[in-house]
Unconditional design. Structure first.
Length: 277
């Protein structure tokens, strides 16, 4: 089986995790994506910046599966011939502050904070106004290097990325879910395949997919690549889920909550969207 992934250290670590948890053998092929090579802001590149080239390799049958950070897989424009087969692991979904100048409250006025999404920008300014938000590109280690060179006073990044890279001690502050709602699927390692590829998902991994797909359901049609949106879903007991979403409308922060079975949540989310869109 041929396995495709991006070339960053984190992507390779996540691919190793996927291969071990799925018990598969095969050759790993590194594929460079537009999102890796471009210096443009993410919102200007569209939703498939980190997945298009891997999708195309799957469709050309150069690889059989692709390993992604789930949050990088767009909810719109996903090729019909492909599907998310499973989520092999979900790490800490929270965001964190990495700074060489202390915690959020210790940053000076007009401190330059690097943020890679409209969601992080909106959420950090809600917690601490007056900061100067500067776009932040590159993989996690590249972003850390930019911070250490003094290009930023602080950056916002995913806690799971620091954990998997073995540098979690760099986090000055880990934000609560209620403080900074994560991107849909943040922390989740997903496997994408062609629908015609035979693929057995171990039973113990199957429950990982449902909460992540409910998060993706929430952000669908909300302009996820261009607007501050997010979602987080947890399981309260078997078959019952709690989903909280994030959507900024005209500067107003909306954080609706839904609870119930997947079908009940789906219906409630659709009804909520009809009211606001």
């Amino acid at each position: 089986m041929n396995i495709g992934t991006r070339g960053s250290k984190l992507a390779k670590i996540q691919t190793d995790i996927a291969v071990k948890k799925l018990g598969i053998k095969g050759d790993v092929k590194i594929i460079k994506t537009h999102g890796d090579s471009s210096r443009k802001e993410l919102k200007s590149m569209g939703g498939r910046a980190f997945t298009r080239e891997l999708d195309e390799a799957l469709l050309r049958r150069e690889i059989d599966i692709a390993v992604h950070s789930l949050k990088d897989i767009p909810v719109e424009g996903f090729p019909e011939e492909l599907e998310i087969a499973c989520v092999v692991e979900r790490g800490d979904p929270r965001d964190c502050l990495v700074s060489n100048r202390g915690d959020l409250t210790e940053l000076p006025e007009d401190a330059v904070v690097g943020a890679s999404s409209e969601r992080r920008k909106a959420e950090i300014l809600r917690l601490r106004g007056g900061l100067k938000i500067k776009p932040l590109r590159g993989n996690v280690l590249t972003r850390m290097e930019k911070l250490d060179r003094g290009e930023y006073d602080a950056i916002i990044t995913a806690k799971c990325a620091l954990d998997r890279l073995g540098i979690s001690e760099r986090a000055n502050r880990v934000f609560r879910i209620s403080e900074m709602l994560p991107a849909a699927g943040q922390g989740a390692i997903a496997v994408v395949k062609r629908k015609d590829v035979e693929f057995d998902v171990p039973d113990e991994l199957k429950p990982n997919l449902t909460p992540c797909m409910l998060e993706r359901l929430f952000i669908t049609d909300l302009g996820a690549c261009r607007k501050p949106v997010g979602a987080y879903c947890s399981s309260t007991k078997k078959g019952v889920y709690a989903l909280v979403g994030l959507y900024y409308s005209g500067g107003l922060r909306l954080a609706p909550e839904f609870k119930g079975s997947p079908e009940e949540i789906k219906q409630a989310v659709q009804a909520w969207k009809k009211k606001i869109l």
